[in-house]
Write a protein that binds this ligand. Structure first.
Ligand SMILES: *Cc1c(COP(=O)(O)O)cnc(C)c1O
Length: 397
């Protein structure tokens, strides 16, 4: 019967569920994460440094594992910073982005010696003051809100009015003001958007990002030593999505490095920063069927998890139209579908829908329903307190 049982990290799912001790749970496969980083390192130019945006999956064991694989971490809060600093990653290779950083968070970042990515002019002033108070020269980069937008992104985070970064047209003025400020101005961070599956659009965005950085660099009081060009590499969440083709992206980056960046910004370390692409496909969310019911001809499998743990699969995390995430009955992998069923969670809201009208084998109470693509923006991007159910376990296998 073993072919009927899904394996996660090489472990049969029923055995893994016993080992974890309770459902629901998230399991992340360390070999898949390692393999994904190896693939990127093999394809991307050697001079590109690869950063991991911890907010995609901040589980300490995952971050620890990635510390030995990637070149840099990006954190978005003081707690993520602590997780990053617990790993062997050098503080010089950690950056802190995100709007609304508190004074205490900025002080922690400066004391740690990491790079603060300035999201506003107010933040620049706060960093200066904190640096003076601590007697430390803060390492900073300017997060730039680009003067272009990227089409096809699941989430747009640059172009037009944004809470992220300083508008590109303001940056020359800000650079002038920062010249005498005592800040160690390393360079720029330009991040335009997320979850893009179109290599041609990502290539165009990288070109525009580099051209913008070169224009801004002319106003920089110091040579640019750090250029974070963002990422936005998407992963396939739905049946009709095709995986991103890395080859054109790698070729484009290689050309940009040779023809534009190295001749003009010879001191710049160029960083690509990825979240979901590194971890999203390495994770599963495992739930158990608690009830199977029919209502007016429709079959519902009610599981012990739901949108309070895996909001994205319910379609309520940034999606415009709800589409099913890949889902299987993990202990019936070799069985033929017998009809349609909808998988719902245990919350008292019709929003708690994990799979709608799926063609599934004859699933019943006790079976294990597995949602894929759960390694990024799962547990920590979900409203876990909603309905006060217990928190799920997380394991790295
Ligand atoms: C969230 C975030 C990322 C990661 O986005 P993914 O879509 O997970 O790759 C990268 N950079 C910044 C600045 C972010 O805020």
């Amino acid at each position: 019967m073993s072919e009927n049982m899904l394996k996660v990290g090489g472990i049969p799912l029923d055995r893994l569920a016993e080992r974890v001790g309770s459902t629901p749970f998230f399991a992340y496969d360390r070999a898949l994460i390692t393999e994904r980083v190896r693939l990127l390192k093999a394809k991307l130019p050697n001079d590109i440094s690869l950063g991991y945006a911890i907010k995609a999956n901040p589980m300490p064991a995952v971050v620890q594992h990635l510390a030995g694989l990637v070149d840099a971490f990006d954190v978005a809060s003081a707690l993520e910073l602590r997780v990053a600093l617990d790993t062997p990653m050098r503080p010089h290779n950690v950056s802190f982005a995100g709007p609304g950083k508190r004074e205490a968070e900025l002080s922690q970042a400066i004391a740690a010696g990491i790079t603060v990515e300035l999201e506003s002019e107010t933040e620049a002033r706060r960093v200066m003051k904190a640096g003076e108070r601590l007697g430390i020269r803060p390492r900073v980069a300017i997060r730039v809100n680009p003067d272009f937008a990227v089409k096809g992104s699941g989430m747009r985070m640059g172009g037009g009015p944004q809470q992220f970064g300083i508008d590109a047209e303001r940056v020359p003025e800000v650079l002038k003001e920062l010249a005498e400020s005592g800040l160690d101005l390393l360079g720029f961070h330009i991040f335009a958007g997320s979850q893009n599956l179109r290599a041609d659009i990502l290539c165009q965005a990288q070109q525009q990002t580099v051209e913008l950085a070169l224009r801004l660099a002319e106003h920089s009081p110091e040579p640019v030593r750090y250029l974070n060009i963002g990422g936005g590499f998407g992963i396939p969440y739905h049946e009709k999505d095709s995986p991103l083709d890395l080859d054109p992206i790698a070729a484009n980056l290689d050309e940009l490095l040779r023809t534009r960046i190295k001749p003009n910004l010879p001191d710049a370390k160029v960083q690509v920063e990825l979240g979901r692409y590194l971890v999203g496909e390495a994770g599963v969310y495992v739930t158990r069927v608690v009830d199977r019911k029919e209502s007016r001809g429709k079959v519902f499998l009610v599981v012990d998890g739901g949108m309070h743990h895996q909001l994205a699969a319910s379609g309520n995390f940034g999606q415009v139209i709800r589409r099913n995430y890949p889902l299987v009955v993990g202990n019936r992998m070799a069985e033929e579908p017998v009809g349609e069923a909808s998988v719902v969670g245990c919350l008292c809201t019709p929003l708690d829908l994990l799979g709608d009208n799926l063609s599934l084998p004859a699933a019943d109470i006790g079976d294990l329903v597995v949602l894929f693509q759960a390694g990024a923006y799962g547990l920590t991007a979900s409203p876990t307190a909603f309905l006060s159910h217990p928190a799920p376990a997380e394991v790295l296998v």
